[in-house]
Design a protein around this ligand. Sequence first.
Ligand code: AHR
Length: 499
Amino acid sequence: MARLVVDPAFVVGALDRRLFGSFVEHMGRCVYTGIYEPGHPTADADGFRQDVLALVRELGVTAIRYPGGNFVSNYDWEDGVGPKDARPRRLDLAWRAIEPNQFGTDEFVAWSRKAGVQPIWAVNLGTRGIREAVDLLEYCNLPAGTAFGDRRVANGSPEPHDIRIWCLGNEMDGPWQIGHKTAEEYARLAEETANAMRRVDPGLELVACGSSNAAMPTFGDWERVVLERTYDLVDHISLHAYYEPHDGDQASFLAAAEEMDRMISAVIATADHVKALMRSDKELTLSFDEWNVWYQQHFPGELGLPIREVGPLIEDTYTVDDAVVVGSLLITLLRHADRVKIACLAQLVNVIGPIRTEPGGRAWRQTIFYPFALTAQYAGPTVLRTAIAGGPEIDTSAFGRIPALWSTATYDENTGETAIFVVNRSETDKIDLEIPVPGPRLNQHSIRHLALYDEDRSAVNTADDPDRVQPRAVDDTEVVDGVCRATLPPASWHVIQLS
Ligand code: AHR
């Protein structure tokens, strides 16, 4: 028996809804035959798939980073604006596909308005620099009256796009990145680009590139060097991380949230170290703007790809275990809600996405769709600390001995609703959980308990069997004498709402 204690008095911080962001890159079929497919039976006049838009809305995504990713580091944004029949076909050096440029800046803004999401823009600091970043910002955010503002108007958008969040490049620490830089080189470029962009629009939120993952040899030092140059100019530092099982070690994979948690703590420590060095009052926040499960062991690497038309790339099909891990990663993000203000599930459609499509055909929800959608749906405005007493521990080769339960909670003081998100990471043992009902409503009896687990942990959803894996309503969870009692099967994700 484990006891989970939560109290509205013990607050982590306000939940920034941009934690439920995602990512659309010009990669594989994320854009073409993903969100955009003129001629699809559900396409609207703009060529946007309505079946996908409906799933995006259901997913509860709030913000989307665009247009890359590695793609952005060799992208000429000018190729993707203006009359479509005049746009060039270009070789994308990141993924070695021929980019048709039929979808670009204006299309993404129009799509994001229809999807009801806030766009997050990345600029090319690989093969381009300050001038092009400022030109793009002028194109997006200035009214008519400058060359680039006028150009947007001529292209059919009289009002500024008003993009508020800008990423200063992508994964510039990675040797695979086109235009890869040392920390010092990137720090100078980010500093000068941020400075110039703030002359156009001082109110922007700017994201400096952090490390591509915590295993990079420069992790920690990269963040320090970059922030020593940019601390006063940027608002957030980025984190990226993808998780997968190694050598069949599913126990460590189910505990991947430990790795994310340690990475976030390390970046906070580094940012706060720079804050101390700068004698600054400003607290930098984090943008975890790429995260997900990704079976990179199946990816041949960029140079293993032939030059070709845009087609399928890293279309991982997600299992029940993958969904439990995604749910636990979201719990980690919520646990750091005081410092993590933006997070993007990478990516949105087809390319390691919660949504899959067939060209010209069906669209469906992958297993990972559900923990994301339900967390976005049930999370309230304030994140609370949870403490677990008496729960079992598990042994993992990657993280040592750790608690089997991983949890967070949110509270809505207007409705009195508490939502508890919890994962049982044990592969073998069910856990009986007690939750003393928090707050003044000791005798509340309205409970909603949804869970994701399956006897077959490798079960997946496919076009022919799209509903094989779905959340289940758990009806036998009850409140007796002010204590909620639930049973959590092995390898399972849960949301329990008390109201
Ligand atoms: O999301 C796929 C790729 O992963 C992105 O292009 C890159 O930023 C990261 O390495």
